[in-house]
Design a protein around this ligand. Structure first.
Ligand code: SF4
Length: 456
C-alpha cells in the first residue's frame, strides 16, 4: 500500500546557481592522485562505506607501504591515503584492483553513494538501503554513460530514519516507513516521485541520466544538480518512463527542500567527525547523525550484532583500521560522520569484547566523549594553504554541538548543516583563531570552544 505523504524531503542542492565551468573535473581519485604538500593524495570511493576484512588489510598495508601509514575517512564515508610517493600510482591501483576495490577503473570516481550505515542492523528504518547501495554501484559500473558523472555527484540512500537525507545528495532515495514497506521516494532537483522499493536502484540511475541530459542541454559544465541554470530542469518523469519504472509524482513543491546541506564538502584532505546529537529516526534538516558509539542491538536482517565507533579527527592509523576488520562474515561500514560500524557479531558479548578492543586502540567508543563531533581539516603540514597545524591545536572543549577546526577560510570538510548548528574555528594569520568569528588566542581555545558548543 502506498503511503499518503512523502517523508520530509532532503535538503536539495540550491537551484539557480548556474555558472559556466570551463575546466574538467579535477576531483582526486584512486587512479588520479592529487599533489599535496605532504606527497600525493589518493581518494578511494567506497559505496556505502563498505569494506570487507580482506579489503581492510589491503588498505592498511597500502597506507603503510606507500603512504604515511594513515587512512582518512571523508564526509562521504570514503577514504584517503596521503603522503604517497610520486611513482606509486600504478602499484596502488593494482593492489586496490586485486582487492576488488576498483570494479571499474573508468567509474572509480563516480561511485559516490552514501547510505544509512545502520540500515538492516537495528530494526529501525523502512528498508535495507545497504542492499540498494550494492545494486546501484553495480549498475553504475556496468554502464559506459555513467562515467560522465562528475566525481562530486552524490547519491544518498536513506532507510527512512532521516540520518543521511541532509547530506545534500543530487539524487536521494528514501525508503518509506513501516506503514508503507515496499515503497520508496526518489528526489532530484525539486522533483519527488513515489516508486516501488524494488525499483529504487534503477530509479536512481534513471535520475542520473535525467541530470546528464539536462547538463548537456545547459552546456555549462554542471557537475551537480544545483549548478544547472534555473531554466533547465531534468526531466525525471521521462527518464523513469524510459527506464520502465512506474512512478507517481508527489509533493514536488515540498521536495525543493531546505537551503543547507550542499554536500559539496568532500574537499581534498578534509576530515571531521560530527557529534551525533540527533536521535536515530529523526528526519534531519542538517547533516543528520550517525549511530552513537556502542553496541547496536540485535534486530537486523540476520539477527546478529554490530558495534559503532567514531574516529578521532577522522584519521585512522593502519593499526586502528585493522582493529576494525570484520569477522564472522561481517563487514565494515565507514560513515559520513567519520565513524565506523562493524557488523556480524553472533551475540552481545562478542560485540562488547570488540568494543573494548577498539577503545584500547584509541577509537571513540563512549557516547558521551567530548571528542565526539570534533573535526579538523588537514591543516599544516599537509596543506599548503594552512595557517596552522589545526589537528595539533584541536581541543574538545565540552560535549555539545559539532566543532570544526579549519586552517584557512575554505573550511574544508566542515559539518553539513546551517550556520549555528556547528561551531566554526578558523586559524588566522597572526597565530590565533576565530571562534564563531570572535578573535581567540590559541591558549584560550579550550574555554572558548567549550562555551560555544554548549550555550546555543
Ligand atoms: S587549510 Fe584551508 S585549504 Fe587546507 S585543508 Fe584546511 S580548510 Fe582546506
Amino acid at each position: 500500500m502506498l503511503a499518503a505523504m512523502p517523508p520530509t524531503p532532503p535538503s536539495t542542492p540550491n537551484q539557480g546557481e548556474a555558472r559556466i565551468r570551463d575546466r574538467g573535473d579535477a576531483c582526486p581519485g584512486a587512479l588520479r592522485l592529487h599533489p599535496a604538500d605532504d606527497g600525493r593524495l589518493a581518494r578511494l570511493r567506497l559505496p556505502a562505506g563498505l569494506l570487507t576484512a580482506g579489503q581492510v588489510e589491503v588498505l592498511a598495508a597500502a597506507a603503510e607501504d606507500l603512504g604515511d601509514g594513515r587512512i582518512s575517512v571523508t564526509s562521504r564515508g570514503n577514504t584517503e591515503l596521503r603522503g604517497l610517493g610520486e611513482g606509486c600510482g600504478a602499484e596502488l591501483g593494482a593492489r586496490l584492483a586485486d582487492a576488488g576495490l576498483l570494479p571499474s577503473p573508468a567509474h572509480e570516481r563516480v561511485r559516490n553513494v552514501v547510505a544509512s550505515p545502520a540500515a538492516g542492523l537495528d530494526g529501525l528504518g523502512g528498508g535495507d538501503v545497504q542492499l540498494w547501495a550494492r545494486e546501484l554501484d553495480a549498475l553504475l559500473c556496468a554502464r559506459e554513460w555513467t562515467a560522465a558523472l562528475s566525481g562530486r555527484f552524490l547519491f544518498v540512500l536513506d532507510d527512512g530514519r532521516g540520518d543521511v537525507t541532509g547530506l545534500g545528495g543530487d539524487v536521494t532515495l528514501i525508503a518509506a516507513g513501516p506503514s508503507a514497506v515496499g515503497d520508496a521516494f526518489l528526489y532530484l532537483g525539486g522533483q519527488a516521485f513515489r516508486i516501488a522499493a524494488a525499483d529504487a536502484p534503477h530509479a536512481a540511475l534513471a535520475a542520473a541520466d535525467a541530470f546528464l541530459t539536462a547538463a548537456r542541454e545547459a552546456g555549462n559544465g554542471a557537475w551537480r544538480v544545483r549548478e544547472l541554470p534555473e531554466d533547465v530542469r531534468p526531466d525525471l518523469a521521462d527518464a523513469l518512463r524510459r527506464a520502465g519504472i512506474a512512478a507517481e509524482a508527489v509533493g514536488a513543491a515540498e521536495a525543493v527542500g531546505g537551503t543547507q546541506g550542499t554536500g559539496d564538502a568532500e574537499a581534498v584532505g578534509d576530515a571531521e567527525a560530527v557529534r551525533p546529537t540527533e536521535a536515530l529516526g529523526t528526519p534531519g534538516r542538517s547533516g543528520g547523525a550517525g549511530p552513537l558509539p556502542g553496541v547496536i542491538g540485535q534486530g537486523g536482517r540476520d539477527g546478529r550484532w554490530a558495534v559503532a565507533v567514531a574516529v578521532p579527527l577522522g584519521r585512522l592509523t593502519s593499526g586502528q583500521l585493522r582493529a576494525l576488520a570484520p569477522a564472522h562474515g561481517g563487514e565494515l561500514r565507514l560513515t559520513p560522520w567519520r565513524g565506523a560500524v562493524v557488523t556480524g557479531f553472533p551475540d552481545r558479548a562478542a560485540a562488547g569484547e570488540r568494543l573494548a578492543v577498539l577503545a584500547a586502540h584509541g577509537l571513540i567508543t563512549d557516547p558521551h566523549s567530548p571528542w565526539l563531533g570534533v573535526g579538523a581539516c588537514t591543516g599544516r603540514p599537509g596543506c599548503g594553504k594552512a595557517l596552522a597545524d589545526v589537528r595539533a591545536d584541536a581541543v574538545p572543549g565540552r560535549a555539545g554541538l559539532p566543532v570544526h577546526f579549519s586552517g584557512c577560510e575554505r573550511r574544508c570538510g566542515h559539518p553539513t548543516g546551517p550556520d549555528g548548528t556547528w561551531v566554526d574555528v578558523v586559524a588566522t594569520t597572526d597565530g590565533s583563531y576565530l571562534v564563531d568569528g570572535a578573535p581567540t588566542p590559541r591558549t584560550s581555545l579550550t574555554e572558548a570552544v567549550a562555551t560555544a558548543r554548549t550555550t546555543r
